[in-house]
Design a binder for this molecule. Structure first.
Ligand SMILES: [Zn+2]
Length: 241
């Protein structure tokens, strides 16, 4: 092939790429800085257990618990929330997307735990599909990385249906591997699940309102050791489920 032809092919290719970017491929609304509602999606449920391993409870149970804690933490930060499920029921993926897409100015955050045949694999992963979701995904991942001994498995794009069909920014968070002894055991611990939800909530509030706005809920404050001279504020009772 002559260099002239080569160049012509290149130009055509670049031109078609440019055309792609100007065509609205879907009606994704960039509400990543303006959202008022967070659709919290607990992965799996009902007949769909999700990951089911010896070291932890079924994924559907721990994902629901983290999602409910996340919802409470977001409400305390004055964000509206919608749960795709609040109990151990099966919700088809399309219904989850429909719940999100019927909101005004929303984002979608799906909570999952991971699974691997190789028990040594551990760490957090966050997934997104549209570019408008990238910042939120990165923010959630970096907040999770502030948890002691956490392992960063990265932020990735994925073609998951709940992400691909979303009209709004949408992310899916993998909160550790139930197939790993350490992370599976942590997933059994309510205080650890609260910590996960706190970090995700903090990332979401920061995404919307900027840093320094989020305040940890009393549940986490109570879980941390308080200095003896902590002042006159009474420590709220810890909530155990
Ligand atoms: Zn899952």
């Amino acid at each position: 092939m002559s260099s002239l032809v080569n160049r012509a092919v290149t130009v055509t290719f670049v031109a078609s790429l440019a055309a792609c970017t100007t065509v609205p491929r879907t009606a994704i609304k960039d509400t990543s800085k303006t959202f008022t509602t967070v659709v919290v999606d607990a992965g799996h449920g009902g007949k769909d257990n999700g990951a089911y391993r010896r070291y932890g409870p079924p994924e559907k149970i721990v994902a629901l618990d983290v999602a409910q804690r996340l919802e409470r933490n977001l409400r305390e930060s004055q964000l509206k929330t919608v749960m795709t499920r609040s109990s151990d029921v099966f919700i088809p993926l399309n219904d989850r997307v429909a719940i999100e897409n019927s909101q005004k100015k929303a984002i979608f955050v799906s909570i999952h735990f991971n699974d691997s045949r190789r028990r040594g694999i551990h760490g957090f992963e966050t997934y997104y599909h549209s570019g408008t979701s990238a910042e939120l995904a990165n923010r959630i991942q970096s907040k999770l990385m502030t948890i002691p001994h956490s392992m960063n498995r990265g932020v990735h794009t994925a073609n998951f249906r709940v992400l691909r069909l979303a009209y709004y920014p949408a992310v899916l968070v993998e909160c550790g591997f139930l197939s790993n002894r350490s992370e599976g055991n942590q997933a059994r611990d309510a205080e650890y699940r609260e910590l996960l939800s706190e970090r995700i909530a903090e990332a979401i509030v920061e995404q919307r309102y900027g840093p320094g706005v989020y305040h940890a809920s009393p549940q986490v404050a109570a879980a941390q050791p308080q200095p003896a001279s902590a002042g006159s504020e009474p420590t709220p009772p810890a909530v155990h489920h």
